[in-house]
Ligand binder design. Sequence first.
Ligand code: COA
Ligand code: NAP
Length: 268
Amino acid sequence: MSAPSFDFTGKTVFVAGGTSGINQGIAEAFGRAGASVAVFSRSQDKVDAAVARLEALGAPAFGAAGDVRQPEAVEAALKGCHETFGEIDVVVSGAAGNFLAPALDMSPNAFKTVIDIDLLGTFNVLRLSHAYLRKPGASLITISAPQSTAPTAMQAHACAAKAGIDMLTKVLALEWGEHGIRVNAIVPGPIGGTEGLDRLANSPEAMELMLSRTPLGRVGTLDDCANMAMMLAADLTSYVTGAIIPVDGGRTMTGGGSYGSKVPPRNA
Ligand code: COA
Ligand code: NAP
């Protein structure tokens, strides 16, 4: 499929968690479409590699290493992006952590860790970005998951965190509409070749079950997600806010239950 012709020349895009998988695909798509792009994640090596890839695509790029759970680190990254490229037009908040575990095997800290990365991290990124946004005009995009509405075994933490992200997306859309800021969520379905899918559908049988519950019968691609992110950032969706938008081949419609995955050994 050829990429649609979006033009984000002169725009600045900040992607939290933009150094691998779906978020990196989004960062690079904006870079190819002319934007200046900032990426932020914990690993300095991953940040350096992502910046190098963006620059190789011809995109002005900025990187900062830090943890979305730490507001000071998020603030420093946003400030650095703003000083380098000016007002931020698009923020994508996609940093996340996940692992399969029955609730009875989750320590309070295990549960809290995913809540903190996904939900508190998204709050930090969006809340702290406000000072650096183009107002009016900015588009903020959160990254949810089918677990936000589909109760899923071994995913108590991710289900709770992503449900919270959906609601946070709507509340900020409500509060920041008057500032000319739109806030929407993308709900990726199973996206091929990603860490997230590898962790959740971790056997051929689990993948077969996942596909049998995906009406379009295939996994999604990084471009499927990036195309929706660019759509939500573009003026053609200027009346869309507070929307939770599946990019999932229909997976969200078929509900939760079990992935049929085995819990991997902790040292795997
Ligand atoms: N089952 C049960 N508990 C687990 C677990 C598992 N598979 N993996 C981690 N935990 C627990 C830890 O034991 C710890 O709890 P404790 O202090 O009570 O022992 C808690 O979770 C935090 O683990 P830690 O390794 O310190 O967290 P971290 O902040 O270094 O890493 C993770 C966060 C665990 C989510 C890690 O997998 C990660 O960094 N993931 C990012 C990549 C990813 O998940 N991608 C997919 C996105 S959808
Ligand atoms: P991924 O490759 O593991 O990407 C996660 C990104 O977040 C990495 O860049 C990681 O980099 C960063 N990150 C993790 N913890 C962080 C933290 N505490 N602070 C800052 N950055 C952090 O995962 P993915 O599978 O592409 O998933 C991306 C997003 O899509 C997630 O929000 C996920 O929930 C969602 N999603 C994925 C799927 C799927 O099929 N893959 C389906 C539905 C939803 P560092 O390691 O350097 O920190």
